[in-house]
Design a protein around this ligand. Sequence first.
Ligand SMILES: Nc1ncnc2c1ncn2[C@@H]1O[C@H](COP(=O)(O)OP(=O)(O)OP(=O)(O)O)[C@@H](O)[C@H]1O
Length: 606
Amino acid sequence: MSIRHVDGKVCERMNRVWFRYARNAQRWLWLAVGLGWLAGGLVIAQAALLARLVQEVFLAGTPPSRLLPWWMALIGLFALRGLLAAGSQGAAIRMAAEVKAGLRGMVLRKLVELGPVYLRGQRAGEWLHLVTDGMEHLDTYFARYLPQVALSALIPASVFAYAAAADRITALVLALTAPLLVLLMILIGKSAQKATDRQWRTLAWLSGHFLDVVRGLWTLKVFRRSRAQIGIIRQITDEYRKTTMGTLRIAFLSALVMELFTMISTALVAVSLGLRLVSGKMDFARAFALLLLTPEFYLPIRTVGAQFHAGRDGVSVLERILAVLEAKPPGLAAAGQGRRLPLSHRGYRIEFDHVTARYPGANRDALTDVCLTVEPGETVAIVGPSGAGKSTLLDVLLGYLRVRQGEVRINGVPLQELDLSWWREQVSYLPQHPQFFHGTVADNVRLAGGGESQAESEAAESEPADERVRRACAVALADRFIQDLPRGYDTYLAGEEVRLSGGQRQRLALARAVFKDGPVVLFDEPVADVDIETERALEQVLQGWLRGRTALVVAHRLGLAMQADRIVVMDGGRVAETGTHAELMARHGVYHRLFTTYLGEEMAAP
Ligand SMILES: Nc1ncnc2c1ncn2[C@@H]1O[C@H](COP(=O)(O)OP(=O)(O)OP(=O)(O)O)[C@@H](O)[C@H]1O
């Protein structure tokens, strides 16, 4: 069966996606169609039997009691038809459930594959809507519309075959009117599609905007822009109301037109049969059976028309899902294949060899011709003005962003040849905006796994997990404030139980990276949000912890940079200067300027 003819491109692409992945669901689809067809086929037997019984009772004058077995057969047919229809619906609902579960899994897996660089450019509210409510719109599409597309061809074909055998003129009327009905449906369907797409886009925009407003309410209040947002939300809601009313208008209009058309076609058949019945050219039972079957011929086509409108939301959701599934990841594929290097306590030699990289959709490179080598066990600080490309360097090194030119090598092996999952396991990573997940403080620290690097692995094995969590938190100076939380390490982070400050979140994220205990360390601004006193104390402990690991530490606060083995200064996506603190100060270049500003801030600090 092809569903391509009705939905064009979306279904063509959908065929490729779900027919390939949702094989289980396909079985349920065929069952739903098979049972639905059988139920439809029974209509013919039912009509023929009913017509014969009416003829016997009213025209031949046979007492109804003598026809008892035939009445029983008629009741049996009704019951069987009901059972088959219920079975068909059950199978269709099961198929929709399987498809939704399958697609949800596929979308979530794909989002993981697309990685943080892709997701950063998207609106979180739209994602939320897509994988929750949005997916529910697929029910009507898969459970009702899709099986009905098949039935709208199979049942009319069966009725037509009966009509062709019983009466050619009726068959001719059916053959001429059915394509006109389908044409009418397609014409109305096209304008319905446009209206529903507009409706879906507005709804997705509305939820995305609403989530942004809720998240940013604090900022909006401070800038006295919260009232303006109410106006914008009212405007979008009004737009949504208008598009919804437009879609409903089309749906009502289509129902009316189709009802009218079917009535006229049935009347045509009735007139032709009646004339021949009066002139004695046709027997009553045949004419009556044909008259009973004519509405059944149009019914599945009309139903598919109605389901088409109800399923439009689903098609619009499918378009969004397909856009995600077909998106190209901006980073390298972490397929679990590729080379693994011998484990090393001190980390690995990291080389950026004339690397140029650009974010998807950006019109200029974030990194240009970057050459940089970090030796095993070396700590390199990356400094530079905002937007210089410091975080991009880490994105590239983690394989989240593919390079356009040049190569990144680890111990001489190009990054794209490594098993990326293995490589990421070696890295203790602290992102600029860390996220925490539903669970306790201890769960969130333990999330990093840890114990997979060789460093201290023996000690870790003999140590209880909770002790390791505490130790990591102590290194990140998070232990004290965690103890002060309502339930210490067992405090739940999600929900209302606790709200962490920016500096506390950062130290907790740092504890998670420390817990991981990787031989390679990538820290993006580890001391950005803490007070001067904590910053100094953190610099002290981190200096000790970083020793003997291969580390790239992005730092705006230059205290940490001063203690690094080497400082790399980025500016405009390029490496502007490299050297130790003393060497760079002597140069009077970008670093000198940054340091003078930093010193001024430090002096001004209370
Ligand atoms: N996901 C993205 N999509 C498009 N452009 C991006 C994306 N992330 C960063 N950029 C751009 O790439 C350039 C480098 O950004 P990057 O985040 O690496 O700077 P940075 O030096 O880390 O800045 P900061 O110190 O403010 O964090 C900037 O011009 C930024 O606008």
